[in-house]
Design a protein around this ligand. Structure first.
Ligand SMILES: [Zn+2]
Length: 221
């Protein structure tokens, strides 16, 4: 089963991805991780990508899709994949569809994880990180024992720029603007399944697995 995962930062997408992977045994392919591994391992594609990054340029779509094609043909994707971080544009969606058609495959469903912006704000702005050991806290869900101090190493916790309300609002607006055309694209193809994660990741995961079970049963001969 080949899936695409859409969802803004802070929607609980990571937890759901892990749940889906564990439940149905497909590979979780995060394009962010894919880039980091290629660059770290110094693969030919990774070297090409570092060249662009070193010059402060965007990595072109053609390189990303080549990296992705290589990734999706590895052994762990034999039962399928859950694609996270790609596509981000209609051109990328078309390139992915063309590649999959070429290898006799297709996207079975696009999971669109939604959460009210106010809830995302609450979750992300409560995050505090230890600059020394990297431990992460959440003022609402997982506060440190002593306010503002890391439980593990006693360092003063930081409220990172990325987790400040103004920055989050800008990131969310950019996300919605970029993602709306993709939602329309996949809805028009009957592939979009939207989930409101306000009910919590446990319940959302069960709904997703139920829907995938139905899809899987329908696609079997
Ligand atoms: Zn610490």
């Amino acid at each position: 089963m080949n899936l695409i995962l859409l969802g803004a930062p802070g929607t609980g997408k990571g937890t759901l991805a892990a749940g889906i992977r564990n439940a149905i045994g497909i590979a979780h392919v995060s394009t962010g991780d894919m880039f980091r591994h290629n660059i770290k391992d110094g693969t030919p594609l990774g070297k090409e990508a570092s060249g662009y990054i070193a010059h402060g340029e965007l990595v072109p779509d053609s390189l990303t899709i080549r990296m992705l094609e290589e990734r999706l043909q590895r052994d762990d994707c034999r039962k399928g994949f859950l694609l996270d971080g790609y596509p981000r544009t209609i051109a990328q969606a078309d390139a992915l569809a063309a590649f999959l058609t070429g290898v006799g495959q297709k996207i079975d469903a696009v999971l669109d994880i939604r959460l009210a912006d106010a809830t995302i704000q609450e979750r992300l702005s409560g995050r505090r990180v230890c600059p020394s050991c990297g431990s992460s806290y959440n003022l609402a869900a997982r506060p440190p024992k002593k306010p503002g101090i890391c439980d593990t190493c006693g360092t003063a916790l930081e409220h990172r720029e990325d987790d400040r309300p103004e920055t989050i609002a800008v990131r969310l607006m950019a996300y919605h603007e970029k993602t709306r055309p993709l939602e329309d694209y996949y809805a028009a193809r009957g592939l979009l399944h939207a989930y409101d994660n306000e009910v919590g990741s446990e319940i959302t995961l069960q709904s997703i697995l139920k829907a995938l079970g139905t899809l899987g049963a329908a696609s079997r001969p």
